[in-house]
Design a protein around this ligand. Structure first.
Ligand code: AMP
Ligand code: MG
Length: 405
């Protein structure tokens, strides 16, 4: 659609704005660093493993010294955690997984291939030279960059960092995000329902997404539909020294929509017309240098714009480098005859069929409806201008990846 910003271009612009400033960093204990973003490259101060060791329970020996009989006297026993003596010439060492290979030995035979006698062993099967030995530095060599700045520390990275002996790591400070929900009609769950009102579902929805993305939520609650209340809420967010402000509702051009006017008085606001469905224009601005993102009011539009637009912005603002969610191509269980003019994200479930997994479309795709999102496994991306037949592969974004940083 002419005049509209494509979703990918909008994301690139958001990421560009987000990257203009990085959070401060701090050192935290590795045990508490999982889920945080590394603030500097980490080099290993040592080889991992630090010494050559056995990958098997068995015997260690020098391959070149093995006699034709395959029989060797056992001269020592080496368990993990103990320092071995150098291997006596023409002997073998009984060895266990993780135990250090003695100097003079170069090969390990697994115990299943050994016949043990009182003080000797015979190899029933001769392994290749260096078999079953994990050399020093097999995983990591000293000085190698093991995890890069901007990486989110996941379980594997935490294990790798620990393997080099690091007790604490430099990470970016957690992003504090103020969330406010505008609307005179909003009640909080637990309040008695009264006519004219609906319950505030955007607040827990956004809070859940934000904490899943590693942000600290500063809940500013409900904001009444008046200019004064909206300004007061924004000023509170500024006083709280939050890193980002996100609001829901009140950004249309109706008389009851005061976010735009409040932002223009206190800071700066842009409306972005993005070629995305659902999701009305998203407002981007700032107050005193704090980025502001105004999402629509309808819960499903909030959900989609948060997943597709707020997520990359917030991850980039946290210093995270790789923020693309992984889309998988799966066959559509539905067709699309008439090409739409905006890119559409539809709620789908993965169903198994005789020919493999198929994406099933939920019949209710209204921007007010959340039931279909609870039912769905994720979103299928229907490109603007494209039509397709059932069975054709289309991109699928699982909620499991969108809910994660
Ligand atoms: P608005 O953009 O403020 O006009 O809101 C659009 C629609 O979303 C209206 O039907 C609102 O009642 C609804 N809405 C706005 N905020 C929320 C909220 N926090 N929870 C549930 N529905 C909302
Ligand atoms: Mg409203």
């Amino acid at each position: 659609m002419p005049g509209l910003l494509g979703v990918d271009a909008a994301i690139a612009r958001l990421v560009g704005i987000a990257r203009q400033q990085l959070p401060d960093s701090e050192r935290v204990a590795l045990n508490a660093a999982t889920g945080r973003v590394l603030a500097a490259d980490v080099q290993s101060a040592m080889d991992v493993p630090p010494q050559a060791n056995s990958a098997m329970d068995g015997i260690a020996f020098c391959h070149a010294d093995l006699p034709a009989s395959g029989e060797l006297r056992i001269s020592q026993r080496i368990a993990a955690g103990h320092v071995p003596a150098p291997l006596q010439k023409n002997t073998a060492a009984r060895i266990f997984t993780g135990a250090i290979l003695p100097a003079g030995a170069d090969t390990v035979a697994m115990q299943e291939n050994c016949e043990f006698f009182a003080d000797s062993v015979r190899l029933k099967d001769i392994p290749a030279v260096a078999a079953n030995v994990r050399p020093a530095g097999q995983d990591v060599q000293k000085g190698t960059t093991i995890v890069q700045a901007g990486a989110r520390i996941d379980a594997a990275a935490a294990g790798l960092l620990a393997s080099t002996g690091l007790a604490d790591v430099p990470v970016y400070k957690r992003l504090r995000v103020a969330v406010l929900a505008t609307g005179d009609e909003l009640l909080e769950p637990g309040e008695a329902w009264r006519s004219g009102c609906i319950y505030n579902s955007n607040r827990p929805l956004l809070a859940a997404l934000l904490s899943g993305w590693g942000c600290e939520v500063v809940d500013l609650g409900r904001v009444a539909d008046s200019l004064a209340a909206t300004e007061a809420a924004l000023q509170k967010a500024v006083a709280e020294k939050v890193d980002v402000i996100i609001s829901s509702g009140g950004v249309s051009v109706g008389e009851e929509d005061h976010v735009k006017a409040a932002l223009q008085r206190l800071g700066r606001l842009d409306f972005w017309k993005i070629a995305i469905k659902p999701g009305k224009p998203v407002a981007m601005g700032d107050i005193g240098g704090i980025p502001f993102m105004g999402l629509p009011g309808n819960p499903q539009s909030v959900f989609i714009t948060a997943l597709l637009l707020a997520r990359p912005f917030l991850l980039a603002r946290q210093g995270q480098q790789n923020i693309r969610p992984h889309a998988f191509a799966l066959p559509a269980g539905f067709s699309r005859e008439k090409a739409a003019d905006r890119r559409e994200y539809v709620r789908v479930q993965i169903r198994s069929s005789a020919s493999g997994p198929v994406l099933q479309l939920h019949p209710q795709q209204s921007s007010g409806a959340l039931m279909s999102s609870v039912w769905a496994d994720g979103l299928a991306l229907l490109e603007a201008g494209a039509s397709f037949e059932a069975g054709q592969a289309i991109p699928f974004l699982p909620f499991s990846t969108l809910y994660q940083p």
